[in-house]
Ligand binder design. Structure first.
Ligand code: CAA
Length: 291
C-alpha cells in the first residue's frame, strides 16, 4: 500500500447524530475532506447546524479563527446517501447501537469502499469482532470509540477485534494522532474500558436515587466536589442519553453479568420518553430543548 493510501485524507461518517457530527467536525478540522450522511434529512440538517455552532464556540473562545472555521465547514459535505464510500480512505459508522443495523451497514459499505479503506465503528459496547464478520475484509475493521462532546474530549478508545490486523491498528493510531486525540488500545470485550466503568458509576447513582440516599443534585455534587469529576454521574447520563445508557447496560448484563442489571427507574424513565438533554427531560429538565 502506498503512503498516500496509508494516510487518511477522505472520510465518510455514517450517522449525523451527536457523535457522528462531532466526528465529522474533528476530521474536517484536521484538514480531511469529509462527507456526513444520515438516513434522516432532519438529523443531517441538525448535525450540520451543530457543527456550525461548535465551530462558532471555538472561534468565540479564540481557539480557532474565522477563516479556519469557514475552511473547516467547506471541507464537510452533507449527503443523503453513502455513495462517497467509493472514494473514502476511512469510513466511521456512528449509527444507533443495534447489531442488525451495524451488520447490514458494514456488509454494504465494505463492498463499496476501496480495498485500502479503514472501516471504523463508534460502537460503545457491541462486539467489534461480530461487526467485522459482516465486512468483505474483517481485518480492516476496528473500533474507533469517541466521547461526547467529541471536539472537546481528548480520548479515542481504539478497540481491536479478534480479526483486526496489525496494519489496521497502526493506521487507526496514526489517525488518532492526526485528529489530535490521545489513543488507548483495548481488547474487544463487552463495554471495553470506558463504557464498562462509566455506566457502572451512572448505574449506582441511579440506584442511590431510587433508594433515597440523596437528591440527584447532591449525588452529582458529591462526585464533582468530592472526586473532581467535571460532571456528576446523573448529569452525565442526561448528556449521553438515558436510552443509550440503558442499551449499554442491557448488553453488558447479558454478556458480562448481574452487576450490570439496569435499575428499574432508568427503564421507566426511558419508557416515559425522559431521555436526557436531547428530549428536554432526564434527571433534570432542559426547557430549551423541550419538544
Ligand atoms: N464544541 C466546542 N467546544 C465546546 C463544546 C462543543 N460541542 N462543548 C463545550 N465546549 C467547550 C467550551 O466552550 C469550554 O471552552 P473553554 O474551556 O475554552 O471555556 C469548554 O469546552 C468547557 O465547556 P463549558 O465551560 O461550557 O462547561 P464545562 O466546563 O462544564 O465543560 C464538558 C463541559 C466539556 C462537557 C465537561 O463538563 C465534561 O468534560 N464533562 C464530562 C463529559 C464526559 O464524560 N463525556 C463522556 C461521555 S461517555 C461517551 O461519550 C461515550 C459513550 O459511549 C456513551
Amino acid at each position: 500500500m502506498s503512503d498516500v493510501q496509508n494516510t487518511v485524507n477522505t472520510v465518510l461518517v455514517v450517522g449525523a447524530g451527536t457523535m457522528g457530527n462531532g466526528i465529522a467536525q474533528v476530521c474536517a478540522q484536521a484538514g480531511m475532506t469529509v462527507t456526513l450522511t444520515d438516513v434522516s434529512p432532519a438529523v443531517l440538517e441538525r448535525g450540520m447546524q451543530n457543527i456550525g455552532k461548535s465551530l462558532s464556540k471555538l472561534v468565540e473562545k479564540g481557539k480557532l479563527d474565522g477563516a479556519a472555521k469557514d475552511a473547516t465547514l467547506g471541507r464537510i459535505a452533507a449527503a443523503g446517501d453513502t455513495s462517497a464510500a467509493a472514494g473514502a480512505d476511512l469510513i466511521v459508522e456512528a449509527i444507533p447501537e443495534r447489531m442488525e443495523l451495524k451488520v447490514a451497514l458494514f456488509r454494504e459499505l465494505s463492498a463499496k469502499a476501496p480495498a485500502h479503506a479503514l472501516l471504523g465503528t463508534n460502537t460503545s459496547s457491541l462486539s467489534v469482532t461480530e461487526i467485522a464478520g459482516a465486512a468483505t475484509d474483517p481485518s480492516r475493521v476496528i473500533g474507533l470509540h469517541f466521547f461526547n462532546p467529541v471536539p472537546v474530549m481528548e480520548l479515542l478508545e481504539i478497540v481491536r477485534g479478534l480479526t483486526t490486523s496489525e496494519a489496521t491498528l497502526d493506521r487507526a493510531q496514526a489517525f488518532a494522532t492526526a485528529i489530535g486525540k490521545k489513543a488507548i488500545v483495548v481488547k474487544d470485550f463487552p463495554g471495553f474500558a470506558t463504557s464498562r466503568l462509566g455506566v457502572m458509576l451512572g448505574c449506582e447513582a441511579i440506584r442511590m436515587l431510587e433508594q433515597g440516599v440523596a437528591s440527584a443534585a447532591d449525588i452529582d455534587t458529591a462526585m464533582k466536589l468530592g472526586y473532581r469529576h467535571p460532571m456528576g454521574p446523573l448529569e452525565l447520563t442526561d448528556l449521553v442519553g438515558l436510552d443509550v445508557r440503558l442499551a449499554i447496560l442491557d448488553h453488558l448484563h447479558r454478556e458480562v453479568g448481574e452487576q450490570f442489571r439496569a435499575p428499574a427507574l432508568l427503564r421507566q424513565m426511558v419508557r416515559a420518553g425522559y431521555l436526557g438533554r436531547k428530549s428536554g427531560r432526564g434527571f433534570y429538565e432542559y426547557p430549551d430543548t423541550k419538544k
